[in-house]
Write a protein that binds this ligand. Structure first.
Ligand code: ATP
Length: 238
């Protein structure tokens, strides 16, 4: 419905035993937005992103996708509803080829949908078409990242969750990845981006959130966060 955010996270908490990794976080992502979540190592970014996907389970609070409570839904049903995640560390299957990895991302699709999804991914990432039969483990970090994003796109998600897609990549590749994220958004996919590369992440974001010790401490437009003195000092090198 109009006015309902695509994703709404309401006082969400995640615990690992006694450790509280996500502490009553509330945020939302509107349809068509790029929203970035920044924060330092161990702030709880990955835990928050993965809790949205149902693994780990929330210890408190709720997650709504298109108005429906998905907090307790199994991960595979969350994915089928239109959310996809490209996890931290890329996690492609190293022994499988590019094509085989992409098929894994479309395991719930029909044959025709897999063919169409793969063609779409190859248009976005021509490099992957050139390497269609190469084993993922032998590709460069940037190529593996493209594959991880491509795999997430196979099911034609409406919401794409990206966990540190530029970590450990060379500057030129980082620029390419951010361009691709904007292209993906241009195709109508809403993007929630977790990044340590705060500068670039806020540059492409409509809005952003700053996470510290499991809590949201700041939220604003990307431009306002980029200009914020505290953010500059803590995350942008002064
Ligand atoms: P990074 O950028 O380094 O990945 P992050 O912001 O994504 O950091 P998380 O990985 O979510 O942060 O970690 C948040 C806190 O939860 C950290 O203190 C971490 O040690 C802890 N943590 C994460 N995963 C587990 C786990 N499986 N078991 C126990 N503690 C965990």
């Amino acid at each position: 419905a109009a006015g309902t955010p695509m994703l709404r996270v309401q006082e969400l908490s995640t615990h690992y035993g006694a450790i509280c990794a996500v502490n009553q976080v509330s945020l939302h992502v509107n349809q068509g937005e790029i929203v970035s979540l920044i924060g330092s190592n161990g702030a709880g970014k990955t835990s928050l992103l993965m809790t949205i996907c149902g693994a780990p389970r929330a210890s408190g609070g709720q997650v709504f996708f298109e108005g429906e409570d998905i907090t307790q839904a199994p991960t595979h049903l969350i994915m089928r509803r239109g959310i996809a995640v490209s996890p931290e560390g890329r996690r492609v299957f190293p022994a499988l080829t590019v094509i085989e990895n992409l098929k894994m991302g479309g395991f719930f699709l029909t044959g025709d949908e897999i063919d169409a999804g793969m063609e779409h991914v190859f248009e976005l990432f021509p490099r992957l078409r050139d390497r269609a039969h190469q084993r993922a483990g032998t590709m460069s970090g940037g190529e593996q990242q493209m594959l991880a994003i491509g795999r997430a796109l196979m099911g034609r998600p409406r919401l794409l969750l990206l966990d540190e897609p530029t970590l450990g990549l060379a500057p030129l590749i980082i620029a390419q990845i951010f361009e691709i994220i904007e292209t993906i958004r241009g195709e109508g996919v809403t993007v929630f981006l977790v990044e340590q590369n705060a500068n670039r992440a806020l540059q492409i974001a409509d809005r952003g959130y700053v996470l510290e010790n499991g809590r949201v401490v700041l939220e604003d437009t990307g431009a306002a966060l980029l200009a914020n003195a505290d953010v500059r000092k803590a995350y942008l090198g002064g």
